[in-house]
Design a protein around this ligand. Structure first.
Ligand SMILES: Cc1cc2nc3c(=O)[nH]c(=O)nc-3n(C[C@H](O)[C@H](O)[C@H](O)COP(=O)(O)OP(=O)(O)OC[C@H]3O[C@@H](n4cnc5c(N)ncnc54)[C@H](O)[C@@H]3O)c2cc1C
Length: 322
């Protein structure tokens, strides 16, 4: 028996979310008293793979076939299912990101497993197996009992954190039965955005709403983001207006993020917006309306005009940095 965690790589490297998943899987494995096994598919250096042992993974399975790097979720689901069967996994953990969300249901079907997506903490109990997740756009927590023999979980990012627990690990070649027809996608060319912090990776996010008034007012917000090494996001009306790209829209119908620090400039704090950001560890809001609902969700609030507060903010950050 085991707990299996699928660890995605980005150009052969792992990210913080990879180690958070490893930490989470090994903590569940410890409570079930079984080993934590990680599966990595695609080309990843051995030195990178062995970093997983810092987070309690004692067995690391790897297949360096570069066709897995195309992130074909059907092919990956097939390989993860075989790894789960080989290792006798009773619990399989994936990231709650684009790839994890695509693999998890396929995997659940293949393994005849129950699936709970976007869990945000360790199981409340393992016998019975009860997990916790947010419901109703973050307004409530649900405790869900999983009755199936095998459980598939996707973990919300930044909800568990890193838990170091160095163990001795073996790195093993894993050889799933795959045929050419399993690989449906071939990447011909990749164009990467450079010099910007990806929203999904950002520890700090600077966000603007309709209170920013116009697209041309975003320069100070971007300056602040650059100073803080932060990602930028926006409310939905802002991207609907075309002031910012849709890729920056956060909320119920946009991206769901959980940075350590979230700045909301000129955002009212509608429930649909908070649904995408309320798991942020600290929320700082600037709004000219003292009754704006964002202040109920915020840890720190400034009542004021963004046009005046933002430049002062930037100066203060520059001063601290110098
Ligand atoms: C089904 C559905 C799904 C939705 N999904 C999303 C979603 O995913 N994400 C999302 O964001 N929204 C979503 N919405 C829209 C949501 O309901 C709100 O309308 C939206 O979040 C409001 O955006 P906002 O706060 O930028 O704008 P507003 O509500 O117009 O708020 C602007 C705020 O800026 C303040 N302000 C104005 N001028 C200044 C100034 N000079 N200085 C400081 N503060 C100022 C105002 O006091 C106000 O609080 C959804 C709506 C529906 C119905």
């Amino acid at each position: 028996m085991s707990v299996l965690v699928y660890i995605e790589n980005w150009d052969g490297k792992f990210k913080k979310i990879s180690f958070e998943l490893a930490s989470y899987a090994s903590s569940i494995a410890a409570s079930l008293n079984v080993p934590a096994v990680a599966l990595s598919l695609g080309k990843v250096d051995n030195s990178e793979l062995s970093k997983l042992s810092v987070y309690g993974i004692s067995r690391i399975l790897n297949n360096p076939d570069e066709r897995f790097n195309a992130l074909d979720n059907q092919a990956i689901a097939k390989a993860v299912a075989q790894a789960a069967q080989t290792t006798g996994a009773t619990c399989v953990v994936l990231a709650h990101n684009n790839l994890g969300k695509a693999i998890a249901p396929r995997l659940a079907v293949k393994l005849k497993a129950g699936l709970v997506s976007a869990v945000n903490g360790l199981p409340v109990s393992t016998e019975p197996f009860v997990v916790k997740k947010m419901l109703f756009t973050g307004k409530a927590f649900g405790h869900i009992e999983m009755l199936s023999a095998v459980k598939v979980l996707t973990l919300s990012s930044n909800s568990f954190g890193l838990a170091e627990k160095q163990v001795t690990a073996s790195v093993e070649f894993f050889d799933p039965e795959m045929v050419d027809a399993d690989f449906h996608i071939q990447i011909k060319q990749t164009n990467k955005v450079t010099g910007k912090v990806l929203l999904s990776d950002a520890d700090i996010v600077v966000s603007g709403g309709r209170g920013m008034k116009a697209a041309e007012n975003w320069a100070p917000l971007e300056e602040l983001a650059a100073l803080l090494g932060a990602g930028t996001s926006c409310s939905r009306p802002v991207s609907d207006e075309g002031w910012r790209p849709h890729s920056e829209h956060v909320g119920q119908t946009g991206k769901i993020i959980a940075p350590n620090l979230y700045f909301a400039f000129g955002i009212s704090g509608a429930i649909q917006h908070l649904g995408g950001v309320s798991s942020s560890k600290v929320i700082v809001a600037v709004n000219k309306d003292p009754d704006a609902p964002i202040f109920e969700a915020a840890d720190y609030g400034i009542v004021g005009d963004v046009a005046k507060v933002l430049p002062q903010f930037i100066e203060a950050v520059k001063e601290i940095k110098s």
